[in-house]
Each structure stands twice: as C-alpha cells, then as structure tokens.
Design a protein around this ligand. Structure first.
Ligand SMILES: [Fe+2]
Length: 275
C-alpha cells in the first residue's frame, strides 16, 4: 500500500506545518493535538492492517490500496484545522468558532498537502477529513468513501477515549479546553444525555453540561466503533471500565449504567474478528 519512507515525508510535512503555530500563546492544547494526531494515524494504520483478518464486509477493502492509503493519510491530516482554529478563536469548541473538519479540509486543499497523490486518493482523503466529526454519516455516502471515513472516525474516537478519560481523572491546565467547558459538578448529569444512552442514540456535544455527561457520551460511542480491532483495543485498554466506575452509582443512573455495561461486554465479544 505505502512504504514507510513515503509516509515519513508526510509525517515531516505535518510536523513542519504544526511548527508554524509554536508561537501561539498558551499553546499546550496544540501540542496535545500533535500527540493525538500521531496516535490516530497509528490506529488507522492498525485498522488497515487488520482488514485481512476480517470477514465481510470489511475484507473487501484489503485489495483497495487507494482507499487504504487515503484512510491513513486522512488520519494524519484529519485535525490540521485545529491549529488555525485555536490560534484565531482560542478554543476547540466548534460551536463557538468554526467547524474544525471543514477548516482541516480547506487547509489540506489550500496547502496542497496531498498534491503528489492521484485524484482518487486525494478525493477520498479530503472527503474523510471533511466528514470525520459528523454526528452521523449520510446513507447516500458511497461505500468506498464511507469505509475511508469510518477508519478515521474509529481511530479518532479510540484516542479521544484515552484523552477524555485522562482528563476526567486529573486537573491539568488544559482541562477546560479539552473538556469543552463543561461544569465539574460530580453529582450532576443531564437527563437528555441519559435518555440518549437508554435509547441507543449517540449523545450530542451540544447537550453536554456536566462532566458526567461526557462520561455518558463516551459510553454512547461504543456502538459507533465499526472495526473489531478498535473495539478490541477499547475493551483491552480498560478505559471504558474506568469511565463507568466514575459515574455516580445512584438508582436514577443505574439503568443507563446497565446499558453501558452490556455495550462494553459486546465490545469484548466482538474482539474475536467479526464486526
Ligand atoms: Fe477532529
């Protein structure tokens, strides 16, 4: 699909790009985005490498080198818009600034990051970057673009689990930026988000008010992971167990907790190879 030397050039290009933002004041959250990017990129490579071990529908993509390459490149550049977003708006909150996925796509296009790629790879990668943060993907999206986008979305979510869980248990200065300014009131939660859990819906960022809402949101993401290797990685990491333990164990929240425990068990079962 790709050679490591070939990908090295893209990695260097990305690092050089992020260095342009080194003089942004209080740029610690941007340094975390660099770290996040490389983890997402590694996860995407792992997902692509796992395709051979899978059955339909994932296995059909093994021989599609353009789609697999687009997925890996999209993962590397998926959040490049976060840098100008933070520089200009001092926040990662899209609702208070710009849609960072659109900005990432525009940045990739305007800077011609994928100029050396053919139109096919470039188009698929741009599409995946543009759609990586959508609440859901349109049923009209063609299968190939969906596959590429889902690799990026799975890889992204897996690392967001790690970031959020670490911030939910610590009090680092970047906490506000990372937790998107929710209130740290450990006994509270929003009924709307609990309803989402009980009805198998993905919670929306815009509904989050309290730190527990974030924990519940992460729980609703378990069903969204499309690839067995991602589900296995999440289950093996123990991150979700940690999240569930931190939710208040009260009679009102217990039904939601039970739903999330079942979903986590399903992630473990899915780890065998079938999606
Ligand atoms: Fe993103």
């Amino acid at each position: 699909m790709t050679t490591s030397t070939d990908l090295d050039e893209y990695e260097r290009r990305f690092i050089a790009y992020t260095a342009e933002f080194d003089d942004v004041p209080d740029a610690a959250p941007l340094r975390l985005k660099v770290e996040h990017t490389f983890r997402v990129y590694d996860h995407a490579k792992r997902i692509v490498a796992s395709l051979e071990t899978l059955e339909a529908p994932h296995r059909q993509w093994v021989g599609d080198t353009a789609a697999c390459r687009a997925a890996v490149l999209a993962a590397l550049f998926h959040d490049c818009g976060r840098f100008p977003q933070f520089k200009h708006f001092r926040t990662f909150l899209d609702a208070a600034s710009v849609n960072h996925a659109v900005l990432s796509f525009q940045t990739m296009r305007d800077r011609a990051f994928l100029q050396r790629e053919g139109a096919e790879v470039r188009g698929l990668a741009h599409c995946a970057v543009l759609l990586h943060n959508r609440y859901s993907l349109s049923p009209k999206l063609n299968e190939r673009a969906r596959f590429v986008t889902e690799v990026v979305r799975d890889a992204d979510k897996l690392d967001i689990f790690r970031i959020m869980v670490s911030y939910l248990t610590s009090a680092l200065p970047e906490k506000d930026a990372v937790l998107l300014h929710v209130k740290d009131e450990p006994e509270k939660w929003s009924p709307t988000v609990v309803d989402d859990v009980l009805n198998d819906r993905i919670a929306r960022y815009s509904d989050l008010r309290y730190i527990n809402d974030f924990r519940l949101l992460l729980g609703t993401w378990m069903d969204e992971l499309r690839f067995p290797v991602t589900r296995k990685a999440l289950a093996d990491s123990g991150l979700m167990d940690n999240v569930l333990e931190q939710l208040p164990d009260t009679p009102e929240l217990r039904p939601a907790l039970d739903v999330l425990r079942v979903k986590l068990a399903q992630c473990r079962e899915a780890a065998g190879g079938k999606a």
